[in-house]
Design a protein around this ligand. Structure first.
Ligand code: CUA
Length: 360
């Protein structure tokens, strides 16, 4: 465009584009309504599993506060961009017109610098305080050494001066536990989503963190660091139980005759029989099954609830445990066992359970 087309703004004959004054109040109004809807959606979404540790609540609250603070920022930027594209766009014939020449707007610049600065400093301070609180060390914690390898977790407890291994993590309710994470091969990440806390297990060093489980139940343990082809199957179960049950379980684990499943491995394969799978999957941590010598009480007694049931029912109970809940129990069995076992092991387990619970 030629310079002669630009005139001084004060002379009043600047050829301004007619749409440049589209109502900014309308834009802010749309942004505010969209922000409120966005915050409502963000809060209504059920992001997390049950809270099963004393740390969980403050972490979930932090998340909600971050949603409330960040959704309006995202929504406002999006609304301003879209509104500008639609309302302030160049129409045909306006190619030679221009907006008013502006040399900054001090008030606007102070506002858009101050608000993000206050927001960032405030949120960082708050997040730091939450981190300090959830990582605070508790007195007299139960020590558990957690070893990750491709693709299994093994848990080591101190029992009468020696270390005993388990494939299922048992924890007494309301007692702080301190995990010491180790890795045999590559990076893994020890995470019980219901406890919220997680950290990487790094080969060659000890990484520690603590939680205080405060809700009896069985919770999935997942590996949260991509560690190879079997990463998605690197799962285990955390059983939180009353102290007496935990002590009894630990006592049994210490006895050599208990034939605790071999530590590590996790692969297995063809030929595994149902009873071995029942033991290595940790079913007995929650369920009683007399044939397997298990007496867990977190979940229904399998001698009773599976008595006379057909294989289809047993299969559904494992693959989709929420489908039918035994009287007096809540829906808390982790749903991933079907995938974790794979079809072959699942078949063997179903067959075994069907055989040993056949009425009579
Ligand atoms: Cu171990 Cu992913």
């Amino acid at each position: 465009m030629g310079l002669e087309e630009r005139t001084h703004p004060q002379t009043g004959n600047t050829p301004e584009r007619p749409h440049a004054h589209a109502d900014w109040r309308q834009m802010v109004g749309i942004g505010l309504v969209a922000s409120v809807l966005g915050i409502a959606a963000g809060i209504l979404i059920d992001w997390f599993p049950l809270q099963a540790s004393t740390q969980a609540k403050s972490i979930d609250t932090l998340w909600d506060v971050l949603i409330i603070a960040s959704v309006p920022v995202f929504v406002m930027v999006t609304v301003i961009v879209l509104f500008s594209v639609i309302k302030f766009r160049m129409r045909p014939g306006e190619e030679h017109l221009d907006g008013p020449p502006i040399h900054g707007n001090t008030r606007l610049e102070v506002i858009w610098t101050t608000i993000p600065a206050v927001l960032l400093v405030g949120l960082c301070t708050y997040a730091f305080i939450v981190l300090e609180n959830v990582e605070a060390s508790e007195p007299n914690p139960l020590q558990v050494r957690v070893v990750g390898e491709q693709f299994a977790w093994t848990f080591y407890y101190q029992q009468n001066g020696k270390e005993v291994a388990a494939n299922v993590l048992h924890l007494p309710v309301n007692r702080p536990v301190k995990f010491t994470l180790q890795a045999k091969d590559v990076l893994h990440d020890f995470w019980v989503p219901a406890f919220r806390m997680k950290k990487d297990a790094v080969p060659g060093i000890n990484v520690t963190y603590g939680v205080t489980p405060n809700r009896v139940g069985a919770y999935p343990i997942v590996c949260a660091e991509l560690c190879g082809i079997g990463h998605a199957t690197m799962r285990a179960t955390a059983v939180v139980e009353q102290d007496a049950q935990f002590t009894a379980w630990l006592g049994k684990l210490g006895r050599p005759a208990a034939a605790a499943p071999a530590a590590g491995g996790g692969g297995g394969g063809a030929g595994a029989d149902g009873k071995t799978i029942f033991a290595s999957t940790g079913c007995g941590g929650c369920h009683t099954l007399s044939e397997a010598g298990q007496d867990g009480t977190v979940g229904p007694n399998l001698d009773e609830v599976l008595k006379g049931k057909d294989e289809a029912f047993i299969r559904q109970s494992i693959v989709d445990p929420s489908a039918e809940i035994a009287d007096g129990y809540t829906d808390q069995m982790p749903p991933g066992y079907g995938d974790q076992l794979g079809p072959e092991k699942l078949d063997a387990l179903v067959k075994y359970l069907s055989e040993v619970t056949k009425g009579g």
